[in-house]
Design a protein around this ligand. Structure first.
Ligand code: CTP
Length: 403
């Protein structure tokens, strides 16, 4: 999955001949799973039509502060566009636009949007040989980088004028790869290995029956997704669930029982940097598993149970530099019980869910958590979607683990 998947990309187009390449640029962003909106300078419409870019981006294209043809004269807010963007890409900015960006001039919608954008701004200049070599252009490019903008250097080759040299806008695929590489290399969990457990375990009684629980796996899968989007290499050991991670590079190891989960965890734990145990592992399993389906009898039928291995506690005993996170689902004396588990299992952090909180727990789409760390610092969060909870959990892990 591309790091651009689900990201809001604001593309700024100015009046250079390379503007024709932005039709492909929009397509590649869309192919990478991004949402695209385009802002154009008025003059750039001579080079590529708003209709083309609007059709390809599946969004209206803006070039003025007001839609004059619209009788309501709708205000196109540069602030809203800037806030919407997860990243802004100006491709190509002409020498004129570069110079205005460098000096904070905002006499069109694109420049005003650039000035109000809070996100990272990439710029891929394209112009003729001598314009590109001019000290003022070079100076503007340097100045823009000192503001934190990311320069995508032009390539060399035949220019529109017929001259050869530096000044060509890189091909659209190259621009998209450049941005993907830049985002990836700056992700907080880049190079880290995250191990996760999720879902329930099923403990067999006979070939057709088992003891299980209602865990949906949603929290663990949301954590896996978040870890991946932060750049980690993720291994998810999953009990039986209906969850899926389409287009994902997460390595899923499917297991059924607590014993299988134990083995899979121990095969992968040593190699991990962060391990999060979100699975609802059965605490007991039948002492013996019948080979044949057990027949119905009139009398009461007892099943002898024995404890499963506590997987989390077992890795707590062997952990070296791994940052170890457990979950605690409690109904009473929540903080005390969670702190007890944190110590007993030698964890760095525990995520507490209280079944007394409406909307918390393992079946629904929401959760309400309290995070307790080794130093017994307590951080309580409001009720949120499990996706948002996963973001909060990783924010805490990144702060507390120095990841
Ligand atoms: N866990 C585990 N293996 C088990 C049981 C629990 O890895 N056999 C992990 C869970 O994934 C969770 C944490 O331990 O991260 C806490 O699980 P929980 O069932 O709440 O704790 P227990 O130690 O089993 O305590 P109790 O059931 O008495 O509350």
């Amino acid at each position: 999955m591309s790091v651009l998947s689900g990201k809001n990309v604001l593309l700024g187009v100015t009046a250079g001949i390379a503007a024709y390449k932005t039709t492909y640029l929009v397509r590649y962003f869309i192919k990478a799973g991004a949402n695209v909106q385009v802002v154009m300078t008025p003059a750039s419409k001579e080079f590529v039509t708003p209709l083309t870019l609007s059709t390809l981006s599946k969004n209206p294209v803006y070039s003025t502060f007001y839609d004059k043809e619209d009788e309501n004269e709708k205000w196109n807010s540069h602030v809203d566009l800037g806030l919407w963007a997860d990243l802004m890409v100006i491709a190509p900015p002409t020498a004129n636009t570069l110079s205005k960006m460098a000096d904070g001039i905002c006499d069109n919608l694109l420049l005003a949007t650039y000035l109000s954008a809070k996100s990272t701004v990439y710029f891929a200049p394209a112009m003729d040989l001598d314009m590109y070599q001019h000290p003022s252009t070079k100076g503007n490019i340097e100045k823009l980088q000192t503001f934190g903008n990311i320069f995508i250097p032009p390539s060399s080759g035949e220019l529109a004028s017929g001259l050869f040299g530096e000044g060509r806008m890189p091909e659209p695929e190259e621009i998209v790869s450049f941005i993907e590489d830049h985002i990836s290399s700056n992700l907080p969990l880049q190079g880290k290995k995250v191990l996760l457990t999720a879902g329930p375990t099923y403990e067999a009684i006979d070939p057709v029956r088992f003891i299980g629980n209602h865990s949906s796996g949603k929290m663990g899968y949301a954590l896996a997704k978040q870890a991946e989007s932060l750049g980690a290499e993720v291994t998810l050991i999953s009990g039986p669930t209906n969850q899926q991670l389409p287009d994902s590079s997460v390595k899923i190891i499917d297991v059924i029982s607590a014993d299988e989960m134990y083995d899979a965890v121990h095969d992968n734990f040593k190699d991990s940097d962060i391990a999060i145990f979100a699975a609802a592992v059965a605490d007991y399993k039948p002492k013996t598993v019948a080979n044949q389906k057990i027949k119905k009898k009139e009398a009461v039928m007892p099943i002898d149970l024995e404890p499963t291995q506590d997987i989390l506690a077992s890795v707590g005993k062997i952990k070296e530099n791994q940052f170890l996170v457990g979950f605690a689902l409690e109904t009473n004396d929540e903080l005390e019980n969670a702190k007890g588990k944190l110590k007993r299992k030698n964890l760095d952090m525990i995520v507490l869910n209280s079944l007394q909180d409406k909307g918390a727990g393992f079946k629904g789409d929401t959760n309400k958590i309290t995070i307790i760390d080794k130093g017994e610092n307590i951080n309580s969060f409001t009720l949120k979607s499990k996706t948002e909870v996963a973001v909060d959990i990783f924010n805490e892990i990144i702060i507390k683990s120095d990841a």
